[in-house]
Design a protein around this ligand. Sequence first.
Ligand code: ADP
Ligand code: F6P
Length: 324
Amino acid sequence: MAKEIKTIGVLTSGGDAPGMNAAIRAVVRTALANGKKVKGILKGYQGLLNEEIVEMEKSGVSNIIQKGGTVLGTARSIEFTTEEGQKKGADICRKHGIDGLVVIGGDGSFRGAQKLANLGINAIGIPGTIDLDIACTDYTIGFDTAINTAMEAIDKVRDTSTSHERCSIIEVMGRHAGYIALWCGIANGAEDILLPERYDNDEQALINNIIDNRKHGKKHHIIINAEGIGHSESMARRIEAATGVETRATILGHIQRGGSPTCKDRMYASIMGSYAVDLLCAGKSKRVVAYAGGKYVDFDINEALAMKKDISEYQFKVSQILGK
Ligand code: ADP
Ligand code: F6P
């Protein structure tokens, strides 16, 4: 029989994502409703190592569901990636009576949770990243807000691009994953979409496409480029030189990580936050909450981290047909 959890800690880690606050709120309120104490760990694993730990009350999470960012703060911690750092982190959890921990973040953050769980701290991961690049889940908190922010910005660039009959290269976030680029590429009706998972560096194909579209009277040419490919400015210069079409690069950057979360992000974050606490209350550890096959489910953290995910070949094919 697993020992009953008394105090649940919650932290956000890695890149922030809109909706993280809704998840924190759900963790705190569900834990309190189950008679648990809750402690907020500030600034991710680095805050844990620095013992930046605060008591969380019901009122402390009111008026945050609609806010972007994370009220707990987030960080990337090199120290925590060491065995020594992880042992220190587990000891600090014990010192503060934290016997259950909810980690909201991406794969890297889950690796940290896995290490703490191996050291005896019951840990549960909640997928929070704008990149949608966590293999075990069809949804990650923050993705919906990010793509809507990017989509609106791209529409605006398209207006001016059409007026000036230019080519626009718009760079969206995603160092390793092209989900934001693919979704916005389709939703914004881009002529070309460059994904880290698929791009073959064939710039000549882009150039030919622009020249061909001009011949057929297209007044703009939108290229959505993922951050993982990058180099949008130099690409713009080369394309302009090769096509004679004025070309501009716009890098959307961190605008995509902020802002009030959409209804979808608030909803998924709220359910996942409550689900994580329910798992801890049921004596579970080393699990990752996910949304898969139309349901909220949970996976063993080791299995979740071993899973692989790729861009849908069909969606990619559709994006190419529709952009022609
Ligand atoms: P994300 O969680 O969004 O993938 P990172 O990869 O930056 O973001 O990871 C967030 C933090 O998680 C890192 O700064 C580090 O402290 C911790 N972390 C990442 N990988 C590991 C690992 N293999 N072992 C322990 N902690 C890790
Ligand atoms: O959170 C994911 C992400 O936004 C990636 O798309 C991007 O590559 C990375 O984080 C940038 O992180 P930062 O600028 O915070 O180092």
